[in-house]
Design a protein around this ligand. Structure first.
Ligand SMILES: Cc1cc2nc3c(=O)[nH]c(=O)nc-3n(C[C@H](O)[C@H](O)[C@H](O)COP(=O)(O)O)c2cc1C
Length: 164
């Protein structure tokens, strides 16, 4: 089944995980570039606020069609303010998920990934509403905000957690 891994990453942890996963399963990695950089303390506050308010990032218009070309879609994102990121909100709003199998992979600062079940419910609801088939959420520890975990450690976490 042709597969893409569409990911947003601010500090690089999700990028490493998504690029590794794509390489491992022979999928196409698609980086989502949010025009807002969310740099520094103010950026952190703004990121948390925008995530809380379910704001959508302004992404390249062609990216949604590009993602919708695949039969199986993996969305990879950090957890922000207990929720998803503006880049992923834009994808959830603009991609046609009809007939697609959709997986979500999250990375976060909380090693216990508390409340991952609530996020799973959120993704399931949105994707089902858009006629997609939500398959699973894989929740993983990434690192503290702004910190980057070593690639070999991220590879280990992906291998242990993501079952496709
Ligand atoms: C704006 C913002 C909000 C965050 N909110 C949470 C949160 O609610 N829960 C959590 O466990 N981690 C939170 N984090 C931490 C990130 O999810 C974590 O550092 C993740 O590994 C970052 O992935 P990245 O390196 O791909 O950007 C937040 C980080 C940022 C920048």
């Amino acid at each position: 089944m042709n597969t893409c891994v569409a990911y947003f990453s601010k500090s690089g942890n999700t990028e490493i995980a998504a690029e590794y996963l794509a390489e491992k399963i022979g999928a196409t990695a698609i980086a989502l570039k949010d025009g807002t950089t969310y740099k520094g303390v103010l950026g952190f506050v703004k990121g948390g606020m925008n995530a809380s308010l379910a704001k959508k990032a302004k992404l390249n218009d062609t990216i949604f069609e590009q993602i919708a070309k695949f039969e199986r879609i993996v969305l990879a994102t950090p957890v922000w303010a207990g929720k998803t990121t503006p880049a992923i909100n834009a994808v959830l709003e603009n991609v046609d998920f009809t007939g697609k199998q959709v997986y979500v992979m999250t990375m976060q600062a909380d090693p216990d990934c508390k409340d991952a079940d609530k996020r799973e419910e959120f993704y399931k609801e949105v994707i089902t509403e858009k006629n997609g088939e939500f398959k699973a959420l894989f929740a993983m520890f990434g690192n503290a905000p702004g910190k980057l975990t070593a690639r070999e450690e991220i590879v280990k976490r992906v291998d242990e957690t993501v079952k496709l």
